[in-house]
Ligand binder design. Structure first.
Ligand code: NAD
Ligand code: WQD
Length: 343
């Protein structure tokens, strides 16, 4: 079934996109990648080619370029789209809301219109646990309320989810998966691709990794007075390769369904780890000291966030397999092996 299916991967040069490209190819899907390298480089896709021993069809284009999209749909018989392309920095989205809405929401609308024109109505969307805002209960189930978002990035994800729901309501031939990722971390076991953000990292794991490598001198822990086991924030960290596998299974599910639907699924491990537990695990995996200071809480942060993962297991037969030790050791291998930017 997978062999003759072609998937358009937008944002395929990025962190999650590049790992998913590997998993798609290794599971027999054919892929076409589109990325404007706004937050990535060509090197990540070269590394995907090395890992998979294949040659990729790559379009260095913007999802907002409708003529480029039209050409891609004309040249390839695209069976489904995995839509990763977007901007993702929370703080930057507060400073540049119009840039975020234009790229994420505007870009998604252009992509959807062109897909619809081409008759391609199968799509996986990279959503986020951020759509739940401050969770009303833990673990978070898919039917918890959404939309009470705290920044333009989160709101853009919520808006795209709503747009996709409306698109399906208007034409029930659409088969859509909204995959709500929790906190993706780690890297491919080869150490060839991984997360390497521009500038000072916003997220915990790449920050810790740069402290371990000596690039940054210490971690600032944002608050130790939360109602958690050690007072620091708890999150559901998920290995990026587990996440990539979730996309393959979601694709299998959509492409074998006879009827349209919007499937909403959490992708997490179901387990939460605190900031200090992550620091300890990374120090152990890397053999390095991770000095830290305790600082004030970061505005907008919540104490704890972790997923109820039963739906993913029941519907996609997926569950995360890689533990926190593997997340840290794979992330560290990537850092050790690379002093250049690959995603
Ligand atoms: P990333 O920045 O590494 O990847 C996104 C890719 O999209 C980049 O390669 C970038 O160059 C590309 N891109 C951005 N705008 C584009 C445009 N207009 N046209 C073409 N390409 C464009 O981010 P990531 O961590 O791999 O995230 C992938 C997706 O998953 C994003 O939509 C993000 O919002 C979502 N997500 C990420 C996380 C996370 O913590 N990493 C969590 C939840 C959801
Ligand atoms: C994790 C924990 C921080 C950095 C963000 C987005 C979310 C999603 C995933 C895309 C928190 C603490 C962090 C630091 C720290 N992305 N921390 N010092 O905030 O759960 O989620 O990424 O959709 O939308 O908001 O992840 O990695 O920033 O923080 O103490 O230097 O680490 O306070 O408890 P977060 P994070």
């Amino acid at each position: 079934m997978r062999q003759n299916k072609t998937i358009l991967v937008t944002g395929g040069a990025g962190y999650i996109g590049s790992h998913t490209c590997v998993e798609l190819i290794q599971n027999g899907y054919q892929i076409v990648v589109l990325d404007n390298y706004l937050n990535s480089t060509k090197l990540a896709l070269k590394r995907v080619e090395e890992i998979t021993q294949t040659s990729l069809k790559i379009y260095p284009q913007d999802i907002r370029n409708k003529m480029a999209l039209r050409q891609i749909f004309a040249q390839h018989n695209i069976d489904a789209i995995i839509h990763f392309a977007g901007l993702k920095a929370v703080g930057e989205s507060v400073a540049k809301p119009l840039t975020y809405y234009d790229n994420n929401v505007g870009g998604s609308i252009i992509l959807l219109k062109e897909a619809q024109k081409a008759g391609c109505k199968n799509l996986i969307f990279s959503s986020s646990a951020t759509v739940y805002g401050t969770p009303e209960k833990l673990p978070i189930t898919e039917n918890c309320p959404t939309g009470n978002t705290t920044n333009p990035y989160g709101t853009s994800k919520f808006m795209i989810e709503e747009i996709l729901q409306d698109t399906y309501q208007a034409d029930q031939a659409w088969k859509i998966a909204l995959l709500r990722y929790f906190n993706p971390v780690g890297a491919h076991a080869s150490g060839k691709i991984g997360e390497n953000p521009n500038g000072i990292p916003n997220n915990l794991m790449p920050f810790i990794a740069q402290v371990a490598s000596g690039k940054l001198n210490h971690l600032e822990v944002f608050g130790n007075d939360y109602d958690t086991l050690d007072g620091t924030g708890i999150r559901d960290y998920i290995h990026v390769m587990d996440l990539a596998k979730g996309h393959v299974l979601a694709l299998d599910y959509l492409l074998t369904k006879s009827k349209g639907e919007v499937l909403t699924v959490n992708l997490g491990t179901g387990k939460g780890y605190s900031v200090l537990q992550m620091v300890k695990a990374f120090a152990k995996a890397s053999g390095k000291k991770i000095p830290y200071t305790i600082e004030d809480r970061r505005p907008g942060d919540i104490a704890s966030c972790f997923a109820d993962v039963n739906k993913a297991h029941k519907i996609l037969n997926w569950h995360a397999e890689l533990d926190i030790e593997t997340m840290c050791s794979d992330a560290w291998r990537f850092i050790e092996k690379n002093s250049v930017k690959t995603s």
